[in-house]
Design a protein around this ligand. Structure first.
Ligand code: PBG
Length: 320
């Protein structure tokens, strides 16, 4: 092996053009998914613009902007007017997400519409499943999630993304979709979803913080990697079409491990806290937002993600 001075790695770093020629990982918009929050009325979020809510009426303009920018896909979250113990707003045919889907389908027929399938935005207690005492009942929740998924697809969703972390939900969704004749609808499973502090800004934005306790009884322990692979394996067997890891930046090793073990497309969710950290640092003058965002997203892609859900989707379209 030749060494210094024959070998000088700086030669290929000398100019932007040379660096670009030999770049190993390239960001593009193709795998980018933008989270969309739909609520009873439009409520901008000044500090974290991508976490603002839009009314159903204001969705068309947003969808047109995304299409113009070249953002190919969205994942829709709903903030219902009313919540209850069961989270019945989640599968209401006239619910907030269902109305949003119909509006988006019409205004942006080419936009890929994913939906987050979970109960936490719809339950009065803020947990992702129904309660039995203070326990989150796994099996009783499955049917409600399945109903929610079917109603999303009937309203126009192209794919459903269960994020609740109940055991057996992928199989439950697949069976319900197939029974409804929706055999062609993919399931993007939040397979390795960790109990994370980085969901803080999201929960504030959609008002879904649990009223008691936390989500550690169903979301994964951030200390575990082998368990993440077991989660993925089960989801593959149950019929998942895409495996998602979440959050992204604290879990680059998990993204890499999933990429190496499975041949399904891998998605990574760069969550609200990842976005908020950079926004806050940028607002204090400590970091350059664009550089930090591009570095983060490149690292997520380099780790092995094919799809990236990111709050920077719109900016990214302009930066690239
Ligand atoms: C719903 C859900 C959450 C996120 C996506 N889907 C919150 C949670 O599990 O508490 C977090 C997304 C983000 O922080 O950007 N269960």
């Amino acid at each position: 092996m030749s060494t210094f001075p024959a070998t000088r790695l700086r030669r290929l770093r000398r100019t932007a053009a040379l660096r670009s020629l030999v770049r190993e990982t390239r960001l593009d918009l193709d795998g980018i998914v933008y989270p969309l929050f739909v609520g009873p009325s439009t409520e901008p979020n000044e500090a974290l613009p991508a976490l603002g809510r839009l009314s159903v009426e204001d969705l068309a303009a947003e969808a047109e902007e995304l299409v113009t920018l070249g953002v190919p896909a969205v994942v829709v979250f709903g903030i219902p007017e009313e919540k209850d113990e069961q989270g019945s707003g989640a599968w209401d045919d006239d619910g907030i997400v269902q109305r949003a889907l119909r509006a988006l389908r019409e205004s942006a027929p080419g936009l890929v519409l994913l939906t987050d399938v979970c109960l936490c935005e719809y339950t009065s207690h803020g947990h992702c499943g129904v309660l039995e005492g203070e326990e989150i009942a796994n099996d009783a929740t499955l049917e409600l999630l399945a109903r929610t998924a079917v109603s999303h697809v009937e309203a126009g969703a192209d794919a459903v993304a269960p994020s609740d972390m109940m055991d057996g939900r992928v199989a439950a969704l697949r069976a319900a979709l197939d029974d409804a004749g929706l055999t062609e609808t993919p399931i993007v499973s939040y397979a390795a979803k960790y109990a994370s502090a980085f969901y803080g800004p999201f929960r504030e934005a959609v008002d879904s913080a649990p009223a008691f306790g936390d989500r550690r009884g169903y979301q994964m322990d951030p200390a575990n990697v082998r368990e993440a692979l077991r989660e993925c394996e089960l989801d593959v067997v149950e019929g998942a079409d895409v495996l998602m890891v979440k959050p992204a930046l604290p879990n680059l090793d998990i993204i890499r491990a999933v990429r190496e073990r499975f041949d399904l497309p891998v998605a990574a969710y760069a969550v609200s806290g990842e976005y908020a950290m950079v926004k806050a640092a940028a607002a204090s003058g400590w970091m350059d937002e664009r550089q930090a965002a591009l570095e983060s997203l490149t690292a997520i892609k380099r780790a092995g993600a094919d799809l990236i859900v990111t709050y920077w989707a719109k900016e990214l379209a302009q930066w690239l």
